[in-house]
Design a protein around this ligand. Structure first.
Ligand code: NOJ
Length: 757
């Protein structure tokens, strides 16, 4: 359909039909996360929206892909595009038209409960992945929805907290990845729950209308987060186009087949209005000491487009032209993926056609495993890895019988297949394998548990471990027994994990329970100890000096066991590099409670631009493992680094080892005045005085090299890395000589060149 055709359809619609297209309603089939009725009279089919960033969440299984930091750790946007396309094809196969992802927020707070849905602490890196995944989803004929716009960097108080951030800080750190996703063709953007400088994101005219739609030319639609609107007139006039879920909590529960009375804490009367005695949080009774307090929106506030928007248009409070614009944007985005041409999602299996659905194909299984292996970051290795095939291995860890699929919340996916760490190693080892878990299972955490299970994956997850089950018959969960098994083996491999969920932040970067103690005890007894850390984001590693190798393997998804075995035994090089700095928790700028979780409902972003490695480079704080770090089984040498133009550098890299590997060449730019950076981050000045980070990632390129092979890679430097956002002049590039440092991480440079701007 052409733009004119969309306009002609909109012109034919009645006021009620138009209002019906800008809010969600009950999905009679109950498969979608969000559902918009179409208008049959004029041939507009219903629209189905589904979570989420790590796999398709309907009431049936789908491929459970690794978490977003694993994907970002590959530093391979082409792989991310394939990942996006696979997500899109799975969504189509499940009859869904819109995917609610990728998670595009910057990792500002290491404790953030949703870091496993986000890519990176660096805006250029996050943007490259948000764009690639978006492109993939859209290319499969599904609308992508980068979320949560904007500055949704914590879950504590996410429904209310105000991110207090100066304009240059928003522009340079928190908005660029969204802009990249928009430029990559995202048909939709999801507004966040939180406020930005005092105004709710869902009614932030400057962010929604001026910046997103105006400056960036976004012609798709803005969808609210679920129950994430605070007003009808203000949000509609500010630029919010589609209200979700658009229905009351009782209606939502009914559509999910859950009797409302089964949920003790549900607030709101039958019509969704607040009634006396209800929990102010509405969705469940989040007591003040609950980890979810302030993490859930109030579904009874803010009014409903379904009932209130039509009258607001009739009164003239919302111009009808604005309603037309809302409808036009929604139809245009759906039309762009063929939804209005009768090419709606089908329920079929792969047919080879890019627009056809595909579910759980061999290609998707491989992709899930490839991302998990390539995203594994080898933090330390004294030579114990790769393991010898015939080594006798003790497999230790409370959760070795569980594939770690992801964190809790709206991104939860139930896969068709999965391998546990125990299964992965047992299948691959040629030596003896003994399993000694050492501790009772660490249970994951999910906001859905606090909701009486409502909203979680509807499929009965038959393979999921039985909560409460500590060990199989005859199996010990005693630390001593794990220690004994470790002492008797050639090598102990200890799997540890954190736990994270939407709607709450981690309370510590330490591993939950006694896992640190377990690692230390095993390391003491074993000849060699390898730790595989499955975590949502950075963790503290107090035992690192006592062990022989450490792998950061994130949440690996359904391929957990097979990917771990492939990396441990060297069938695949652990190709990942850290997308986020690992450091002691008090070394991050957000250790100050004014910054996180904030005081009196405000989180001060007065660390300014000094987030992630920018902070560690500008201050005396030392990272444990810096951004970009990751070892390899290959041995890379940098033979030459050259500038070949104002925006391009070249690096010649060779592999002098005896194993193949994939090097990620990283280029960081130092601004001409970066030398003036004060020792400590003095962010008290006006925004214009805010210190520049000493260096910023400008680009990266990866190259796979066999032993003895050498190659020259070219890195295009992103213009933004040379620019800064000036409050009055906008994006500005200061002229002068910029130093470009090229190397293996943000702390390991192998060459430097100067480029003039
Ligand atoms: C709330 C989450 O913040 C968002 O990411 C998700 O897409 C919606 N719920 C729908 O499940």
């Amino acid at each position: 359909m052409s733009r004119d055709d969309v306009a002609a359809v909109v012109a034919e619609l009645t006021l009620a039909e138009k209002v019906g297209l800008v809010h969600g309603t009950v999905d009679a089939e109950g498969t979608a996360t969000g559902f918009v009725s179409g208008v049959e009279r004029v041939g507009i089919p219903p629209i189905r929206l589904t979570d989420g960033p790590l796999g398709v969440r309907t009431d049936e299984p789908a491929t459970a892909f690794p978490s977003s930091p694993a994907l970002a750790a590959t530093f391979d946007p082409d792989l991310a595009e394939r990942f996006g396309r696979a997500l899109g094809r799975e969504a189509t196969a499940r009859g869904q038209d819109v995917l609610l992802g990728p998670g595009t927020n910057l990792i500002r707070v290491p404790h953030c409960g949703r870091n496993f849905e986000y890519f990176s602490e660096d805006p250029i890196h996050a943007g490259a992945f948000a764009a690639a995944v978006t492109e993939g989803i859209q290319s499969a004929g599904v609308v992508a929805t980068p979320k949560h716009y904007a500055a949704n960097n914590q879950e504590t108080g996410r429904a209310e907290v105000s991110a207090e951030a100066a304009e240059p800080v928003l522009r340079e750190l928190y908005l660029p990845a969204f802009r990249d996703a928009v430029e990559a063709g995202a048909g939709s953007v999801m507004s966040s729950y939180n406020r930005v400088n005092g105004t709710y994101a869902s009614e932030h005219e400057r962010l929604l209308t001026d910046v997103l739609k105006g400056e960036w030319g976004f012609d798709g639609y803005v969808v609210s987060d679920w129950f994430g609107t605070e007003s009808v007139v203000d949000s509609a006039t500010a630029g919010l186009d589609l209200q979700m879920p658009g229905i009351t909590v009782p209606e939502l529960l009914e559509s999910m087949g859950i009797p409302p009375e089964s949920l003790g804490g549900i607030g709101g009367g039958p019509d969704g209005t607040e009634s006396e005695g209800d929990s102010p949080q509405g969705l469940f009774d989040a007591a003040e000491d609950s980890p979810f307090a302030g993490g859930m929106p109030d579904p009874t506030s803010g009014g409903r487009y379904a009932t209130d928007l039509g009258p607001a248009v009739e009164r003239g409070d919302v111009p009808e032209s604005r309603l037309d614009d809302m409808v036009t944007r929604i139809l245009r985005s759906l039309d762009a993926v063929g939804h209005l041409d009768g090419e709606t999602s089908d329920d079929g299996e792969a047919s080879g056609d890019e627009k056809a659905g595909a579910l759980d194909t061999p290609e998707h299984r491989d992709l899930a495993a490839t991302v998990a292996t390539r995203g594994s970051v080898l933090l330390e290795n004294d030579g114990v890895l790769p393991l010898a095939d015939e080594a006798d291995v003790a497999v230790v860890g409370p959760n070795v019988d569980e594939a770690l699929l992801g964190g809790g919340g709206s991104s939860e996916v139930t896969p068709f297949v999965r391998t546990t760490p125990r299964e992965g190693i047992e299948a691959r080892a040629a030596g003896a394998v003994t399993v000694a878990r050492g501790l009772p299972r660490v249970e994951g955490i999910s906001m859905f548990d606090a909701m009486g299970g409502a909203g979680g994956p509807a499929t009965e997850d038959a393979d999921a471990p039985d909560d409460g089950a500590d060990a199989g018959p005859g199996e010990s969960v005693e630390v001593e027994d794990a220690v004994a098994a470790a002492a008797a083996a050639d090598v102990a491999v200890v799997f540890v994990r954190d736990r994270a969920t939407e709607a709450a932040d981690r309370d510590s970067l330490r591993l939950p329970g006694r896992q640190d103690e377990l690692v230390a005890a095993v390391a003491d007894a074993a000849d060699e100890t390898v730790v595989v850390a499955n975590a949502s984001g950075p963790i503290e590693t107090p035992w690192r000096d006592a062990v022989d190798a450490v792998l950061a393997a994130w949440y690996p998804g359904q391929a957990h066991g097979e990917a771990a075995a492939a990396v441990l035994y060297g069938d695949a090089d652990p190709g990942g590099r850290l997308p986020v700095t690992f450091a002691p928790e008090d070394a991050y700028p957000t250790a100050d409670e004014r910054r996180f979780p904030g005081v009196d409902g405000e989180a001060s972003y007065d660390e300014g631009l000094l987030v992630g490695y920018r902070h560690f480079d500008a201050t005396d704080a030392e990272p444990t493992y810096p951004f970009g770090h990751g070892r390899s089984y290959a041995e890379f040498r940098y033979d030459a680094v050259e500038a070949v133009g104002p925006s391009t550098v070249e690096a010649t890299v060779s592999n002098g080892g005896d194993r193949p590997g994939r090097e990620v060449v990283q280029a960081y730019v130092e601004a001409p005045d970066a030398a003036d950076i004060p020792d400590t981050a003095d962010t008290s000045g006006t925004p214009g005085d805010r210190p520049r980070p000493p260096r910023e990632l400008a680009g990266f390129a990866a190259v796979a090299l066999d032993p003895g092979e050498s190659a020259t890679v070219e890195i295009d430097l992103d213009d933004r890395a040379f620019g800064r956002y000036d409050e009055s002049a906008g994006w500005t590039v200061d002229s002068g000589a910029y130093v470009v440092e090229v190397g293996r991480s943000s702390r390991d440079f192998r060459g430097r060149v100067s480029v003039e701007r």
